[in-house]
Design a protein around this ligand. Structure first.
Ligand SMILES: C[S@@+](CC[C@H](N)C(=O)[O-])C[C@H]1O[C@@H](n2cnc3c(N)ncnc32)[C@H](O)[C@@H]1O
Length: 455
């Protein structure tokens, strides 16, 4: 268990040590300057890069980022006694003979913050399959959308590590975080102390959404549990959004008019089911909000089959039940069919509270190709065999592209059929998902090369 009832000076001193160390610079360099949203770097990739670091820096990265146990004497020398004891007192690590072992936690340098979070399940020293103290690319996406203006008060619902509120704490007179999970609640408190955010303006309340809130705010931030989950499957608190993924979202949106000040803004990140046209969070917001502006940034749009595949993979991992992948996949797909969902949309939603008639703006940023798309070969383009295994597209006698038989079949049989119809008879579920991915990739490549046009 992580403890937060630690002397502020000790936490601040540890935060200063982190700031003065090379750790944040190394992490940012490892993550790559172009990798702006995914906080988790592959463990193998980190291990390779460790070879170029000094022994001390390598030790710090292994301990704080990968959660590897280290020799007590080595860490004592690098951190100093007080910082070493701080890690034991908080429960971040414990001693085991000659070693000091992180207890499934790590410290991520995100933007200007150092955040204690759970090790993700993809790292070998993770203690949980689903994190108590979650952070992911949805968290970092949301951070990028929130304006760093001046705020009197900010509410961060579903706080987790406290990342969203801490990210804008310097711009606000007051930040209130709300979190239900005990371990995440302590992490949000501890992270504020490590990052030197004054307790006068920062408060973490343990509870269920607005149940622990009475005042109005000029900004409400949330990264709620939004994973659509069939009702007979138990899923961790941090992700479970009910059958349509909108159970918690509905309550949060339902409080915007009551808890936002006039001209106040709300920001929410989620992955939301929807149809060809839009994610269903828009309908959910329109049901309760009659005035103001809803801006919907659709960062991507994917076939719902991909979400069923991803959720089934999480389920077999949580329940250690790999032989039942197909059963979980079907449970998710049946639920999506009941909810008329054909797509999953990663979105960030902004709501501006005003008293003008409701306005909705859509910002679409995704490939227009889907399983329901139809296409035809561009006029003037001819397909023929160019050697035994390969085929080519020619235009006015010039080769435009060379491809294999699978792509040739896709082009020849396009007719008036949708892509879905063309790959319908395909094999088992895993092979079907792969086939959808490769076909959608192929058609967008063929379009870019001018070989096909969308109908
Ligand atoms: C997806 S995580 C987001 C964490 C963090 N805000 C971020 O952006 O990384 C969702 C968090 O909501 C918390 N949570 C779930 N249901 C809640 C509820 N009803 N009230 C408050 N917090 C809740 C979970 O424990 C989890 O920490």
């Amino acid at each position: 268990m992580l403890r937060a009832d630690i002397n502020n000076n000790k936490a601040e001193q540890f935060g200063r040590w982190l700031n003065e160390s090379n750790y944040a610079f190394i992490y940012k360099s490892m993550a790559g300057i172009f990798n702006t949203v995914e906080p988790w770097i592959e463990e193998k990739q980190i291990e390779v890069m460790l070879n170029d670091l000094s022994a001390d820096d390598s030790c710090i990265v292994e301990f704080f980022l990968l959660g590897y146990g280290k020799e007590k004497s080595e860490l004592l020398r690098i951190l100093g006694r007080e910082n070493y004891e701080f890690l034991l007192e908080t429960g971040f690590a414990s001693e085991n003979e000659n070693l000091i072992d992180p207890q499934g936690f790590c410290i991520l340098p995100i933007e200007d913050l150092f955040l204690i979070v759970s090790l993700p399940s993809c790292y070998k020293n993770a203690k949980q399959r689903i994190s108590d103290i979650y952070i992911g690319s949805d968290s970092t996406k949301l951070m990028k959308y929130i304006k760093k203006g001046t705020y009197e008060s900010i509410l961060d619902l579903c706080a987790g590590s406290g990342v969203q509120g801490l990210n804008v704490a310097a711009y606000a007179d007051k930040v209130v975080e709300v979190e239900l999970n005990d371990i995440a609640y302590n992490a949000a408190l501890l992270n504020a102390k490590i990052n030197g955010v004054s307790q006068d303006k920062y408060e973490v309340r343990k509870g269920d959404l607005y149940n622990v809130v009475t005042e109005k705010f000029d900004c409400i931030i949330s990264n709620p549990p939004f994973v659509p989950v069939p009702k007979d499957i138990t899923f961790p608190l941090c992700g479970d959004g009910g059958e349509d993924g909108l159970d918690i979202v509905r309550t949060i949106v339902g409080g915007f008019e009551k808890f936002l000040k006039p001209s106040g803004k709300a920001y929410m990140v989620l992955e939301c089911i929807g149809n060809e046209e839009k994610p269903y969070v828009v309908d959910c917001m329109k049901e309760v909000l009659k005035t103001g502006i809803i801006n919907v940034s659709m960062i991507n749009r994917q076939q719902i089959e991909f979400q069923a595949d991803a959720s089934a993979k999480i389920a077999i991992s949580i329940y250690n039940d790999p032989q039942n992948y197909d059963m979980y996949y079907k449970a998710w797909m049946n639920m999506f069919i009941r909810n008329n969902a054909t797509y999953i949309y990663p979105v960030v939603v902004e709501y501006v509270n005003n008293d003008k008639a409701l306005e909705v703006n859509y910002l679409r940023n995704y490939s227009k190709w889907s399983l329901d798309s139809e296409f035809e070969v561009t006029s003037g383009v001819e397909i023929s065999e160019c050697n035994k295994q390969y085929f080519a597209a020619y235009e006015k006698g010039k080769t435009k592209a060379v491809f294999d038989e699978e792509v040739k079949d896709l082009l020849e049989n396009s007719g008036n059929k949708s892509i879905r119809t063309r790959i319908k008879d395909c094999m088992d579920t895993g092979a079907y998902i792969k086939k959808i991915k490769s076909t959608l990739k192929a058609v967008s490549g063929l379009e870019a090369q001018g070989i096909i046009v969308k109908k």
